[in-house]
Write a protein that binds this ligand. Sequence first.
Ligand SMILES: Nc1ncnc2c1ncn2[C@@H]1O[C@H](COP(=O)(O)OP(=O)(O)OP(=O)(O)O)[C@@H](O)[C@H]1O
Ligand SMILES: [Mg+2]
Length: 268
Amino acid sequence: MPPAPPSKSEDTPVRVEVEDLEVSFGKTTVLHDISFQVDPGEIFVIMGPSGSGKSVLLRTLIGLLAPSKGSVTIDGQDARNPRTHEAVKSALVFQAGALFNSLSVYDNLAFYPREHRTAREAEIRKKVGETLRMLSLEDAADKFPSELSGGMRKRVAIARTLVMEPRLLLYDEPTSELDPVMAATISEIIGSLRAELQVTSVVVSHDRDLAQSIADRMILLEEGRIVAAGTPAEVLESSEASIQQFFHPDINVQQPRYRASLSKPPES
Ligand SMILES: Nc1ncnc2c1ncn2[C@@H]1O[C@H](COP(=O)(O)OP(=O)(O)OP(=O)(O)O)[C@@H](O)[C@H]1O
Ligand SMILES: [Mg+2]
């Protein structure tokens, strides 16, 4: 009997809905009143200063952290339920790569399909080869993570995720530590995946060029709250002073920021 054709739900991109989300660690609340939707097939960018809660938000979207209030759903299903993520094969590309150090680049990429028996070895070889070519990593197949540059490790982390054929892809700072051309290449890859793979993407990034060139919509977080939301043009060109300061900070050697923060009385 021929295999059944994939059901519609298996080849359509997914919707993410975040409603009144609050996330706390003990008594400290790090995300407050977060609500947004990511439409199927969209590229949604999350920006904000260091410590504003971007990685915590991504980890909540993928179900690694539980909301203390509110909800996150993926295609209407609770993000806390592992089955929700199995159904859409959601994948998170971590900020620091998180590769298996004892496996070669090739084996890092082949790990998921081998472990989950999603394909035969010949198909895996084809898929891994194609993915390595896509990310200009053909020559790195036999190397180990410790033998790679930071930028190469980042591309291997993305490649390993793509082999899983996810329908929801979450990236934590995919272009940090990359040279400008490689950062642009990664932006192009994220953008082209939407067209080729029917994928919904949520991208945490400090990279204005990335947001400007590939985001459909974006939010700006500050101290765990959304302070701006809209298209990249609306947010990046906002005339609001604090938003301008974030995207175009002054550099003033006479009055450095660190002195201002040192002269503040300690918070009680
Ligand atoms: N497991 C945890 N336990 C306690 N506090 C945490 C935990 N993870 C994150 N935090 C706190 O939550 C806040 C937001 O952290 P988060 O990692 O989301 O920042 P970020 O916006 O990703 O910053 P960066 O741009 O530096 O990566 C920080 O104050 C951090 O100390
Ligand atoms: Mg982070």
